[in-house]
Design a protein around this ligand. Structure first.
Ligand SMILES: *Cc1c(COP(=O)(O)O)cnc(C)c1O
Length: 301
């Protein structure tokens, strides 16, 4: 690991007054591993970084949007690991860069902007082969680390979990983190996933691809209905919830992922979704750099 994962402490929110009703709710602070680079992304990158370090080319090429936590994490990790790093960005080059792209550039990532049509070919083997020819042999990381190696890396999150939990909860984008948590889970543990995108229906196919298991696991619970309208969508209720979590637990949440996860878990506890006696661990997957795209003073932290 390039990072000191001992920073990822677990906090017991029940002790801080979380209305948990005979359940224990804790949070694993992967966001504390690094102030800018979000926690789960580092785990997903782990095996790709190793592969690139052990190669001749020492280069990583990957894909993401202008606000992508994945691009930010890849840029930072490559700069620490001494790897060349190329970012394929969705959409035409903007007149002014987002804070995410500025940070990527400052970390030494070479940025190349792809039209939406080109970007849509990001998984097309012919297109990837052409990129490999152009940039020399390189390690290609799919968008968001969506690959069995990404899931294998995400299974490493279990190294930060030091207690017995009945439920481990995570926000879900590509499902790579969820698949990794599942790979490392004990047989009785449930992995509860909260999609932040609207209308995700290929969840089982994703888990099958990522874990290499033909049958979807009974250990997964998929909770839809907390996406707040879709990816990166938000409303005043969610923002109020974030400010409240900060006030009450000094827990900084990001509006794209972790806020929706915590909102869901809070709601599910109130609805007695979890059996009494459950020990629930919410994984704070980081992503706080994304809050920089909110208007100033939206958040109190
Ligand atoms: C990318 C991301 C996720 C989603 O992870 P997947 O492995 O794509 O499901 C969750 N939380 C944060 C903060 C992220 O940046």
């Amino acid at each position: 690991m390039l990072f000191d994962i001992s920073q990822a402490v677990t906090e017991n929110l029940t002790d801080k007054g979380f209305p948990a009703k005979e359940r224990q709710v804790s949070v694993l602070r992967l966001d504390k591993i690094h102030p800018v680079v979000s926690g789960n992304k580092l785990f997903k990158l782990h095996y790709f970084l190793l592969e690139a370090q052990q190669s001749q080319h020492k280069t990583i090429l990957t894909f993401g949007g202008a606000y992508s936590n994945h691009l930010a994490a890849t840029a930072h990790a490559c700069s620490l690991a001494g790897l060349t790093c190329i970012g394929m960005v969705r959409g035409e080059e903007p007149a002014s860069f987002s804070h995410t792209l500025r940070q990527c550039r400052d970390e030494g990532m070479q940025l190349r902007f792809l039209s939406r049509e080109e970007y849509d070919r990001k998984e097309d083997p012919v297109f990837l082969e052409a990129l490999r020819r152009e940039y020399g042999d390189c390690t290609i990381v799919p968008e968001g680390g969506y690959h069995p190696l990404g899931a294998k890396g995400a299974a490493g999150i279990h190294q930060c979990i030091h207690d017995e939990y009945t439920h481990i909860c995570t926000a879900m984008g590509t499902a790579t983190t969820a698949a990794g948590l599942l790979l490392g889970a004990s047989p009785l543990q449930k992995i509860l996933v909260v999609p932040v995108l609207k209308g995700m229906h290929d969840f089982n196919e994703r888990i099958r691809y990522l874990t290499g298991n033909a049958t979807p696991s009974a250990g997964l619970e998929w909770i839809d209905g907390y996406h707040f309208g879709g990816y990166a969508k938000k409303n005043d209720e969610l923002l109020r919830f974030m400010n409240q979590a900060w006030k009450q637990y000094q827990l900084p949440l990001d509006f794209v992922y972790s806020a929706k996860l915590f909102y869901a878990v809070t709601d599910l506890v109130q609805q007695n979704y979890f059996p009494a006696g459950s020990r629930i661990l919410c994984v704070h997957t980081g992503g706080l750099q994304g809050n920089e795209s909110l208007p100033p003073n939206t958040l109190t932290y």
